[in-house]
Design a protein around this ligand. Structure first.
Ligand code: ATP
Ligand code: MN
Length: 270
């Protein structure tokens, strides 16, 4: 079987680094012990205690998305350079790593997806929690029916100034935070009603039922998306907030920052 080794071996010959996506501890140890080989671990958590680690905001189901995001993060953290050749090892069919792709890192492929989590005003865990909530809501709907929802995360004071209440704010005097299971149940319940949720940098639910009134000037939202997406996208140009939008009509979760669509995920894939 020398032929197989030769041909597949080319996949990782002369690479600048090995990028392990969510490896098990023993898998990582095997590489970490190898001298002269740069090993980068990418995952939602650094549970192998890797020296060089890039955090993923979620376990991207689509492998090319996972690799793309991981490499974008690695570039931003300066652990790899533009043009580096990388052996990216990940799992496609099971829990264990079963696939290696050879990928060249490209600064041109920059999508802003890493910035969305790591360089926003809101804390990364807060953004992650809201994204997970939107995905969960998109998967299950509310009482079996598809629902839409709009979450504006970060820079809450400014967002409040550029919006008005559609109804009384059920979170008025409360000090509750996104990610708390009970709060998530409340948010799902209220998502049947109109308007946006406003969430602070630290994850406090500031308000529900906000009607956003950003200036839509110069916002480049893909055609076919309606008022919810337009308002969500536009407020991220006017403020330092990000918007996470679950569409009632196509079921996708989208994230906007700086007035631009940064991320689009299908909840069904998670
Ligand atoms: N400016 C706004 N601020 C807050 N919420 C809004 C605003 N505009 C629309 N919405 C909310 O979005 C809901 C859906 O509106 P619309 O169908 O136009 O949006 P959409 O972008 O097509 O979203 P979907 O894909 O979910 O249908 C409205 O019922 C309202 O609750
Ligand atoms: Mn619509």
């Amino acid at each position: 079987m020398a032929g197989v080794d030769d041909v597949f071996g080319e996949l990782f010959s002369g690479v600048d680094a090995v990028v392990l996506f969510g490896p098990s501890g023993s898998y990582y140890e095997r590489f970490a012990a190898t001298e002269d080989l740069e090993v980068i671990v990418v995952g939602t958590e650094n549970d192998v205690g890797a020296e060089t680690f890039v955090e993923l905001p979620l376990e991207f189901a689509d492998v090319s998305e996972r690799v793309k995001f991981g490499l974008e993060g690695a570039l931003e953290q300066d652990v790899i350079d533009d043009g580096d050749e990388l052996a990216c090892a990940t799992s496609v069919f099971g829990e264990d790593i079963d696939t290696v792709s050879r990928v060249r890192a490209s600064a041109d492929a920059h999508t802003g997806i890493y910035d969305l989590f790591a360089r926003s005003r809101a804390e990364p865990e807060v953004i992650k929690a809201v994204l997970e909530l939107a995905i969960e809501l998109g998967k299950k709907g509310q009482k079996g029916k598809p629902v839409g929802a709009l979450f504006i995360v970060g820079d809450a004071g400014k967002v409040m100034n550029k919006s008005r209440p559609l109804s009384y704010n059920p979170f008025e005097k409360s000090h509750v935070h996104v990610g708390d299971p009970i709060v998530n149940v409340m948010l799902k319940e209220f998502s049947r009603l109109d308007g946006a949720f406003v969430i602070s940098d630290a994850g406090k639910i500031v308000s529900a039922y906000r009607y956003l009134e950003p200036s839509a000037e110069g916002v480049d939202i893909p055609k076919g998306l309606g008022a919810r997406h337009m308002a969500g996208g536009a407020i991220t140009r006017d403020t330092n907030a990000i918007a996470i939008v679950l569409s009632e009509s196509d079921g996708l979760v989208r994230a906007f920052k700086g007035g631009e669509l940064i991320l689009e995920v299908d909840p069904e894939a998670y």
